[in-house]
Design a protein around this ligand. Structure first.
Ligand code: MOS
Length: 732
């Protein structure tokens, strides 16, 4: 099915199941520990040996020699795989650095060997006996140094949206020079780690020339295709499974070392191999959100009309990598006739930078929304009023393109009322609660809506059960549940009568989970397959499919009626289809909007910041399930607090690696850091987005939060910090 004109009324609009609160149907499996994760397919693979990855001890250089004698002689060792004996490996589309290094080393903790042994402990002990003689060379590890000569470079955010090296509208420099009120400031964001709970893990089992891989991955077909390319085999010979994923945040969009080395290890050991990247390897072996340096200039008239806006971002990556596209939102969020956005990319020899939740917009909004707050203050305007004044219903760089729906102003105004914004003191450092300096901050939320083609198969069994099969993943987001709701609505059955099977490459290729496109794209694929299944049911019964109603477990046409089980009595009915996207989304700008409100207390004596209250108001099309959507929001808001106050991979610029490479050193918020969070969804439906009329919230919830916290700290203390994370040393 091709979606190329706005959706009319369709069965989803009944909203008997879709749009209703429903707890996650995979919840009991998760909370009882019975949902199998990548490392836990014990029943399927009883005789697996254990792999342990040796990461490079240098960031840049060449392996002169490897001495494996002691490791090979260690108890329990079955095989050792290195680049020297792994055969020729190809490169996938999505990874920048090689997933098995040697003799050249591209970055610290790049895998250089895999030890396979009978037990995990034996593999680990033997790995410590692998002797590597490195010829260490100087590397480029300093982003600020690299950006001095870095060229303008466009790129892809990692999940589909392209950004040009530079984009100009009007005459920015002249308009900025002439503007009576101006801001010119530099904002920095550090490298971030996905720090998901479930590590990268895989079990590989060969059967002749066929490979089965249980892994933890957000994008089944991307992973399977890249594994096939890397191993030089047809992808049809790989069965790639990832039914449950314990968090990904973009780190698991792509094939990583664990999958490739499990496959190579299993081939060498001639038996299945399981391996999980040990936690200290994850920060430097896999990917991270790259650090940014963002210069923002805004010029306005005295009444607060933006006449010039520029956002220039610099980041770094390995040779062949791409920039963090942190200026995306600045092309679209505020009006202004003269505009400049640009990206610079420094070549660094640090580990590979790549997509992390809301790549581009997340760090971009951390900077832009402080700049907007600063500008409002210069103008003596309320920061909400300043945003409202510069709202636009058209794409500011292409005024003939309208936003399909843009309710940013309603989000800000509704939030202001709910949050008690009128009680905020415009002048900072005025409110005291005991030892706490108290402040409020606001930021807009913005994230583009992306859509990827998505396929599904639906079966109607003789028992009347509807089974959905798609390679869509559930990364903790609720995919199982919203897909069940979609099929239940379409087929007119209660959600209990739907079974959902995900994360298996033998199912139709879906959008996968990423870029907040997963929910809307995957349910659209299920919708398309259900439209076909409804036709098949009507045809089997001899009903007119145009007027057949599916409700209450029955299909009715005119005065005839049958249960779904009766329809399938003569044999299971199966339908498959794929939602594909026409250019409707190119004719107009489809984005999601919101407003984040935060109240903080800053200890007047110690400088410790505590978040006291958070509120998000979102406008993101139809909300498919307010429970799972709210969970996405509060998870994202929590991640935003992490980015604002604590998260940073610290770079050792001498040796070129991230020092705090574990969950003790890389701090993320815990429950005690997070207060009550409130989330409000505006009652919207965007018929130009898809038949579900839904967009996504998983990344919207993050975009802007950091700046709202930063702005609240400024309001509390009067100290403006432009460098994240805002640790107490920066505002004491
Ligand atoms: Mo998201 S960074 O596209 O998983």
């Amino acid at each position: 099915m091709k979606f190329d004109s706005p959706a009319g009324t369709n069965p989803i609009d009944q909203q008997k199941v879709v749009g209703r609160a429903h707890s996650r149907i995979d919840g009991p499996l998760k909370t009882t520990g019975t949902a199998p994760y990548a490392y836990e397919f014990h029943r399927e693979v009883a005789d697996a040996a254990y792999g342990y990855v040796v990461g490079s001890a240098v960031a840049k250089g060449r392996i002169r020699a490897m001495n494996l004698r002691d490791a090979k002689a260690a108890p329990g060792v079955i095989a050792i795989v290195t680049a020297a004996d792994a055969g020729k490996l190809g490169k996938g589309n999505y990874n920048t650095a090689k997933l098995l290094g040697g003799p050249e080393v591209d970055h610290y903790h790049q895998a250089v060997a895999l030890v396979v042994a009978e037990t995990f402990e034996q593999a680990r002990a033997a790995a410590a006996l692998v002797r590597v003689d490195y010829d260490r060379r100087a590397g480029r590890f300093d982003l600020d140094e690299g950006l001095k000569t870095a060229p303008l470079t466009g790129g892809n955010s990692g999940e589909g949206s392209e950004s040009p090296p530079e984009h100009r509208v009007g005459k920015f420099e002249e308009a900025f020079a002439a503007a009576p009120v101006k801001l010119d400031a530099l904002y920095t964001t550090p490298d971030h780690s996905h720090a998901m709970m479930e590590p990268f893990a895989s079990i590989a089992a060969w059967n002749g020339d066929e490979l089965t891989l249980w892994t933890s991955n957000q994008m089944i077909d991307w992973g399977r295709s890249d594994l096939a390319k890397t191993l030089g085999m047809p992808k049809e010979k790989i069965h790639f499974l990832s039914p449950y994923v314990g968090g990904g945040f973009g780190g698991k969009l792509f094939l990583r070392t664990d999958a490739v080395l499990a496959a190579l290890g299993a081939r060498a050991a001639k038996r299945p191999v399981k391996l999980a990247l040990q936690r200290p390897l994850i920060a430097n072996n896999t990917t991270h959100r790259p650090a940014t340096r963002q210069r923002i200039r805004i010029g306005t008239t005295p009444d607060g009309t933006i006449t010039a806006i520029a956002h220039e971002s610099g980041s770094g990556d390995l040779p062949g990598g791409g920039p963090e596209t942190a200026v995306n939102q600045t092309e679209l969020l505020y009006a202004g006739a003269n505009r400049l956005t640009s990206l610079r990319l420094a070549v660094l020899d640090l580990p590979e930078g790549n997509a992390m939740r809301a790549p581009g917009e997340a760090p971009g909004m951390m900077a832009l929304e402080i700049a907007i707050d600063e500008m409002a203050e210069k103008l003596g305007m309320d920061p909400i009023a300043f945003r409202v004044k510069n709202d636009t219903q058209v794409d500011p760089k292409t005024p003939t393109r309208r936003f399909s729906q843009r309710n940013l102003v309603r989000c800000l105004e509704e939030g202001a009322g709910r949050f008690g914004w009128s009680r905020r003191q415009a002048k900072p450092a005025q409110v005291r609660d005991g030892r706490w300096l108290v402040g409020m901050g606001v930021a807009a939320a913005f994230r583009n809506h992306l859509a990827l083609p998505s396929g599904a198969r639906v079966r109607l069994g003789r028992d009347g059960v509807v089974t959905v099969e798609t390679d869509m993943t559930d990364i903790g987001t609720g995919s199982y549940t919203i897909i069940a709701q979609t099929a239940a609505e379409m087929m007119g059955v209660p959600i209990e009568q739907v079974a959902v099977k995900l994360g298996d490459s033998s199912f139709p290729i879906s959008a996968g989970s990423g870029g907040q496109f997963g929910a809307a794209s995957a349910t659209s694929g299920v919708y398309a397959a259900c439209v076909k299944l409804r036709e098949a049911v009507a045809q089997r019964l001899g009903f007119n499919s145009a007027d057949a109603q599916f409700t209450g477990g029955k299909v009715t046409s005119g005065n005839r009626s049958a249960t779904l089980a009766q329809a399938a009595a003569a044999g299971e009915l199966v339908a498959e289809d794929k939602m594909e996207w026409g250019d409707l989304g190119k004719q107009m700008q489809q984005s999601t909007f919101g407003a984040h409100f935060v109240e903080v207390g800053v200890d007047a004596y110690t400088g410790v910041t505590r978040v006291r209250r958070m509120l998000a108001v979102c406008a993101a099309g139809r909300i498919l399930n307010p429970v799972t959507a709210r969970s996405q929001m509060i998870g994202a808001m929590t991640m935003g607090v992490g980015g604002a106050l604590m998260e940073a991979l610290e770079v050792d610029k001498r040796f070129g690696f991230f020092v705090n490479h574990d969950l003790a050193g890389y701090e993320v918020p815990v429950h005690a850091d997070i207060p009550h969070q409130e989330v409000i969804f505006l009652d919207e439906a965007d018929p130009t987005a898809n038949p579900l009329k839904a967009k996504g919230v998983g990344e919207l919830g993050l975009c802007g939060v950091g700046a709202a916290v930063a702005n609240a700290i400024y309001n509390a203390t009067g100290v403006r910090v432009r460098d994240y994370p805002i640790t107490l040393d920066k505002h004491l």
